[in-house]
Design a protein around this ligand. Structure first.
Ligand SMILES: Cc1ncc(C[n+]2csc(CCOP(=O)(O)OP(=O)(O)O)c2C)c(N)n1
Length: 296
């Protein structure tokens, strides 16, 4: 964070506090979720996004338990389905800043179909993948991003097959925005979120996240010595998808973070709907409202 950003944050400390909640924290001590949610709050404050200007959609999981850790409009959906939930909300009300949050389990198994089509359709919202390399909430089963050989509670002999490389997978789908952060670097995550929230298209942000309770293979100490911001790489061109794909191959020694790929030209889903051309309203303005008070 540079001096100007620090000054900006200090000036808006009151705004930051508006996102704080008095609710009981249920995450384990040392969980990467703390850093991720703090970085998101910082990004909102930096961009002047008020609590009522955004909708935060949460998948089921430890990540999803973030739904009551931030004082804003939040919704907690079904496991693996957060991307379709977020897409529907954004299409219904394009004025909202929509953010979807999901874990590696839900996103790369139950909901991997939704990820594919979110990238393909370039739905305009930010997706934060909490990649703790396991199904955390259900106490540490291997996900499709868990490394080969990792010993988990549900895989005591070690995971037998290779994991999917999340960033490379998304890069193979012709995305418009791919970034990677590390849960131990809040400043960097906030910078990434600021850029991703301004992107006009599907912004895929993978956060490499420590899970001190169930993922013993890649703790904070492991990541801290391996992650490097892509800005340290001379001549890196983030508009070159092949450079990005090559860069993401290495998940063991030098793991690059920051905005890895950006295509500003690719049009988002809302802007290519010929049938909606000329409309000043969103679907949310056009449907009749019904009170739900009588239902409960
Ligand atoms: C369709 C479906 N499958 C499985 C579950 C059980 N379940 C709830 S949370 C969870 C683990 C979530 O893991 P992940 O998506 O990686 O998020 P994390 O808890 O690690 O943040 C599982 C398996 C469920 N609720 N619904």
């Amino acid at each position: 964070m540079n001096n100007e950003q620090l000054k900006n944050l200090a000036e808006h400390a009151g705004d930051y506090m508006k996102y704080e909640t008095p609710r009981v924290i249920t995450w384990c001590s040392g969980c990467g979720n703390f850093g991720i949610v703090n970085a998101l709050k910082r990004a909102f404050v930096q961009l002047g996004i008020g609590r009522k200007d955004c909708l935060l959609c949460f998948d089921v999981g430890c990540c999803g338990n973030g739904a009551d850790k931030i004082e804003a409009y939040t919704i907690h959906g079904l496991h693996g389905r957060v991307l379709s939930l977020a897409a529907g909300a954004k299409i219904g009300n394009p004025r909202l800043n929509v953010v979807a949050v999901g874990g590696d389990g839900g996103t790369f198994s139950e909901g991997v179909n939704h990820l594919v089509h979110s990238v393909r359709n370039n739905y305009p919202f930010l997706f934060i993948l909490h990649n703790n390399e396991n199904y955390g909430l259900t106490t540490g089963q291997p996900s499709s991003l868990t490394r080969k050989g990792a010993k988990m509670l549900a895989a005591p002999h070690g995971v037998a097959v290779e994991p999917i490389n999340a960033a490379q997978f998304v890069l193979s789908l012709n995305p418009s925005f791919v970034a990677r952060g590390y849960s131990g670097n809040v400043d960097e995550m906030a910078d990434i979120f600021v850029e991703a929230l301004q992107h006009k298209g599907f912004a895929f942000v993978e956060i490499l996240q420590a899970c001190p309770t169930y993922n013993k293979l890649t703790p904070n100490e492991w990541y801290a010595t391996r992650v490097k911001n892509v800005s340290t790489l001379a001549g890196y061109d983030r508009s070159d998808i092949w450079q990005a794909r090559k860069l993401c191959e290495d998940m063991d020694k030098e793991i690059y973070t920051g905005v890895l790929y950006l295509d500003k030209e690719k049009r988002d889903f809302l802007s290519v709907q010929v049938g909606r051309e000329g409309y000043k309203t969103g679907v949310v303005d056009e449907v009749k409202g019904y009170g739900v008070e009588g239902l409960y």
